[in-house]
Structures are given as structure tokens and as C-alpha cells.
Design a protein around this ligand. Structure first.
Ligand SMILES: [Zn+2]
Length: 235
């Protein structure tokens, strides 16, 4: 009886009062849906990199950071669904989208042996000024989604961003590397020692930011790193 009430009466009323939209295509979706419309949830551009011996994310990190493993969940395409989701997460005050994307990473990667040896997650930190402006660090939200699934801690205070770097989007490869060099400082090496850390960011572009953050960790203590991002962009 109650389930009839929920689906036939309550949900249509909720749809009217709190309309819900797909985070990837902005279509109106039923209130009981998650974050995506059916069509988007079946057509997200998964990379399947987490299963591959060699993949594009690993190749991109290879010369910059000695990571045990690297994988991105989705392909980032300009004007595409993934860009829409990440844009809402970063610029429209939707931290819950990050938690959702983190859960997607964990559900997908959980079948892989390398992922099951992760001891803790470090989201790439934002500079304090930027985080204050945005209200949250989107990578930390993604990390929370993974952590809740694999029951490992998020060490968001372990590394600090000491340089408020300019946006990377209009920079070439060399400029990007210079821009983020020495941008991070390991604060709590004791939290990380001898652990397998998952270093996490929203998008992998050149890998310069992840490499700079990862290098500050590896130079400060003995541990191993793997890298995960929600998306990988073409350069
Ligand atoms: Zn959609």
C-alpha cells in the first residue's frame, strides 16, 4: 500500500515541487532517479582502462611520476556529457555530484586487484583561497564517494597546495609543468608511510598537476602511488 502511495502519489507530487534534472543532459528525470537519465546512464563513455595492462592514463603519467597504476573512468569530450557533469560539480555548487562520481569509480574499479590494495585516498588539494571561493574541493568529494564504498580513509590534510597556480587551460605542455612545479607540500608523511595511496583528481589532461602533487608525496616518505581520475581529456 505504501509503495503504491510512493510511486503513484508521492513521486509525481515531488516531481512538481522539486524538479530533478539529469546532470549530464539536463533533461527532467523522475524524483526517484539517481543523477542521470536512463539514456545517459547507459551511454556514458567508459574507458575500461582499469582492466588494461597498458592504458592511455598510464602512458601519460609514465615519464612524470612512478605510479603503480593509473586509470581514468570516462573519456572527456568537449561539449559532451562528462564535461557537463564535471562543470556542474566544479562551478554550480553541486558537491554531491562528486560523491556520485566517486561511487562510480569505486564500483567499476573494485573488481581489479590493484585497486583492492589501496590503503588511503589523497585528493589533489586546491589552494586554500580557491577552496574558500568554491566552498569545497571537488576532488575531495569524489574521494569521499570512493572512500564510503571501499571503507578506506580520505587524507585530505596530508598534502597542501602552497602555490595558487593560474588556470592550466590556456597553457601549453611546458607552461603547465612550470606552472605547477613546487605547488604542493607534504604535511603529514606519517599518515602515508608504507601505504599504497590512491592519488585522485577530476580530470587528467597533461598529468602535470598529478605529477607535481605525487612527487611531493614520494619525495617526503616511502609509499607507493596509483592515480585515478574521473575523466581523461584529449590533448
Ligand atoms: Zn541525461
Amino acid at each position: 500500500m505504501f509503495s503504491f502511495f510512493k510511486t503513484q502519489v508521492l513521486h509525481p507530487v515531488l516531481d512538481l515541487i522539486f524538479p530533478k534534472y539529469c546532470i549530464a543532459c539536463d533533461q527532467l528525470i523522475p524524483s526517484e532517479s539517481g543523477f542521470l537519465c536512463l539514456s545517459c546512464s547507459y551511454t556514458l563513455p567508459y574507458t575500461d582502462m582499469e582492466k588494461m595492462e597498458e592504458n592511455a592514463a598510464q602512458m601519460r603519467m609514465l615519464t612524470k611520476l612512478p605510479a603503480r597504476y593509473a586509470a581514468s573512468l570516462l573519456y572527456f569530450v568537449e561539449e559532451g556529457k562528462v564535461r557537463e557533469m564535471l562543470h556542474r560539480l566544479k562551478y554550480q555548487n553541486r558537491p554531491e555530484i562528486g560523491v556520485y562520481l566517486g561511487r562510480l569509480i569505486a564500483q567499476k574499479f573494485a573488481r581489479q586487484a590493484w585497486f583492492n590494495t589501496i590503503d588511503a585516498i589523497i585528493p589533489v588539494p586546491l589552494h586554500a583561497a580557491k577552496q574558500a571561493r568554491r566552498g569545497y574541493n571537488q576532488s575531495e568529494c569524489i574521494a569521499e564517494g570512493i572512500a564510503e564504498y571501499i571503507r578506506k580513509p580520505v587524507l585530505s590534510k596530508a598534502v597542501r597546495r602552497i602555490k595558487n597556480t593560474e588556470s592550466q587551460t590556456d597553457k601549453n605542455r611546458k607552461e603547465r609543468i612550470d606552472n605547477v612545479a613546487d605547488a604542493f607540500e607534504l604535511r603529514k608523511p606519517e599518515q602515508i608511510k608504507d601505504k599504497h595511496i590512491l592519488l585522485l583528481d577530476d580530470v587528467l589532461t597533461t598529468g602535470a598537476t598529478l605529477a607535481s602533487c605525487g612527487s611531493s608525496i614520494l619525495s617526503g616518505t616511502s609509499c607507493s602511488l596509483s592515480v585515478a581520475t574521473v575523466a581523461i581529456a584529449y590533448r
